[in-house]
Ligand binder design. Structure first.
Ligand code: NAG
Ligand code: NAG
Ligand code: NAG
Ligand code: NAG
Ligand code: NAG
Ligand code: NAG
Ligand code: NAG
Ligand code: NAG
Ligand code: NAG
Length: 466
């Protein structure tokens, strides 16, 4: 700022300027104070408004959070009340000595309805409580053949039955559960580290379920939805996967090779598994050689001599160039093989097992050379429960009895329900293949040659009903 001296001569113009400037400063001075005050006041009031707004927002937020908390607590309390009522009602039923509890009783239906309604309103931890209660009161225990309560369609999504690794180390047997959850919805549930041997998950929806480290030996997964399921480090030894959908699940081929059945299973790579043939070396192609006869391994020769024989002139089946034929000059040649059904006893007993037997055959029309098959159902102590004799049409009346089944060459197939035939105790089936030929006095075949009597493609499949 320029310092102005009164005694200094100044021009009228500068004097005017001086006055003007002085006045302006004065005016400004007068004006500036209230203006500043006004601005300050305005600023303060804006800030205050903002603060108030923020406080109000905070209050609203707190109130909202409080309300949410209240609602949450109310919902929790309501869930707790529903669960407590459910457990109390079931306890009353179970302790009532006058109530007969079996799977077909009205009580069973009432408990099922009550359970399904309750489960819909439960969260994951309470679902676990319900399941543990039903299991420990033996209502959904598997090994009693039929569970008393059926949880088909129950909402058990996100159920968490997992155990911690440390727990499993200390309570191996206590934590073992054989549970009946047939047909339940168990999407995204977890059974990590659980011992579930012999549990029933057939027809259950198990999409995205965690079975890591679980013991799943002998578990029934037939017709279950298992896509995106985690099977890492799980034991699936003798588990049933018939018609299950394993698409994109983490199960390995090595694990699947230990399973009991894979019929119709959709594998992780989206291929469909065929039904396994329980007869070993039932297809002569596996053992055929162009220049020497080979007796098939896993069969037992009881009479004569039989070999897998090259049959190049076959018109019947262009793709099958080999078959089993008797080679020696014996009237009778016979071989047999036993199929072990021990792993299927539970399913036989529950009426969920069918077996199919197939064979390709040829003989001569006049009944001089033919094949006879005997299927013997045996119990575990070796007792014969049923004999099924299968004879060609040409010899039916002469040799085979009236109860024999008759085949029309070149194929024969039989489907048999072991439960309906009352053969629930069947532990194994003996398959005996008998070749019969008539020779002339000088030991030459009276008709045809060695390749006219043959069989091939022998298969026995077990079909497990979901
Ligand atoms: C299961 O998990 C998947 C993937 O995390 C999710 O998309 C799906 O909604 C879940 N389903 C249920 C029923 O929780
Ligand atoms: C899987 O379970 C079966 C049957 O319980 C058992 O014999 C087998 O040793 C187990 N396998 C592994 C790798 O633990
Ligand atoms: C198997 O599951 C996958 C994944 O959920 C699905 O896309 C597919 O259609 C299923 N296959 C069958 C035959 O149901
Ligand atoms: C298949 O599984 C993997 C990992 O388990 C997952 O990341 C992926 O999304 C799944 N694919 C489908 C189509 O569900
Ligand atoms: C079937 O035969 C093969 C070859 O001789 C043998 O290694 C295998 O152990 C046999 N299997 C049974 C179950 O007898
Ligand atoms: C073997 O065949 C002869 C006749 O060729 C018969 O006498 C004998 O009983 C048969 N043995 C068996 C074990 O079938
Ligand atoms: C089945 O046939 C065998 C001889 O092959 C005989 O010893 C047995 O008594 C028969 N069993 C029945 C139940 O018919
Ligand atoms: C026995 O074999 C000779 C040739 O080796 C044949 O000529 C004769 O007809 C045969 N006998 C009978 C009964 O078929
Ligand atoms: C065996 O008999 C069939 C029909 O009788 C004949 O077509 C075939 O050539 C004969 N095979 C041999 C090796 O003699």
């Amino acid at each position: 700022m320029v310092c102005l001296n009164r005694d200094t001569q100044i021009s009228s113009q500068s004097s005017f300027f001086y006055l003007q400037l002085k006045d302006i400063f004065k005016i400004l001075g007068v004006l500036l104070v209230p203006l500043t005050l006004g601005v300050a006041t305005t600023l303060l009031s804006i800030q205050q408004t903002k603060l108030n707004q923020k406080n109000r927002e905070n209050d609203i937020d707190i109130a909202q959070k409080q309300r949410q908390q209240d609602v949450f607590l109310a919902v929790q309390a309501e869930k707790e009340r529903i669960l407590a009522t459910y457990l109390q009602d079931l306890a009353t039923l179970l302790l009532d000595k006058n109530i007969i509890f079996d799977k077909n009783s009205a009580v069973s239906s009432i408990v099922r309805a009550k359970t399904l309604t309750t489960l819909i309103q439960m969260d994951a931890p309470r679902k676990r409580q319900v399941i543990l209660f039903l299991y420990e009161t033996k209502l959904i225990k598997r090994n009693s053949k039929y569970a008393l309560i059926n949880l088909f369609d129950a909402d058990l999504d996100n159920l968490d039955m997992s155990l911690s690794e440390s727990k499993i180390k200390h309570y191996k047997t206590y934590e073992k559960i054989d549970i009946q959850l047939r047909g339940a919805s168990l999407v995204n549930s977890s059974f990590k580290w659980r011992h579930l041997d012999f549990s029933d998950f057939s027809q259950a929806d198990l999409k995205g379920t965690n079975f890591q480290y679980a013991d799943l030996s002998n578990v029934d997964f037939s017709d279950a939805h298992l896509s995106n399921t985690d099977f890492r480090m799980a034991n699936v030894s003798k588990a049933m996967f018939a018609y299950a959908n394993l698409s994109n699940s983490s199960i390995t081929d090595e694990q699947l090779s230990t399973a009991l059945t894979l019929q119709g299973t959709i594998l992780p790579n989206h291929a469909t598994a065929p039904v396994e043939n329980l007869i070993m070396n039932g297809d002569a192609e596996q053992r055929c050689s162009n220049n020497h006869a080979v007796f098939p391994p896993n069969w037992t020769l009881t009479n004569g001599s039989i070999s897998a024989v090259w049959r190049p002139q076959s018109k019947m089946e262009l793709n099958s160039k080999c078959s089993f034929s008797p080679l020696s000059h014996h009237d009778i040649s016979a071989m047999h093989q036993t199929v072990d059904l021990n792993d299927y006893v539970d399913w036989l007993f529950n009426g969920r097992t069918l077996y199919g037997f197939q064979i390709t055959l040829s003989g001569t029309r006049n009944g001089k050379h033919y094949v006879i098959i005997n299927l013997r159902h045996r119990s575990s102590d070796g007792k014969i429960l049923e004999n099924i004799t299968i004879c060609p049409h040409s010899v039916k009346n002469e040799i085979c009895g009236t109860t024999s089944l008759v085949y029309q060459e070149p194929f024969f197939s039989l489907y048999n329900d072991l439960f309906l035939n009352d053969k629930m105790d069947t532990a194994r089936i003996d398959i005996e293949i008998i070749f019969k030929r008539r020779f002339d006095s000088n030991s030459t075949l009276s008709e045809g040659n060695i390749t006219t009597t043959y069989c091939d493609n022998i298969a026995l499949n077990i079909y497990l009903m979901p």
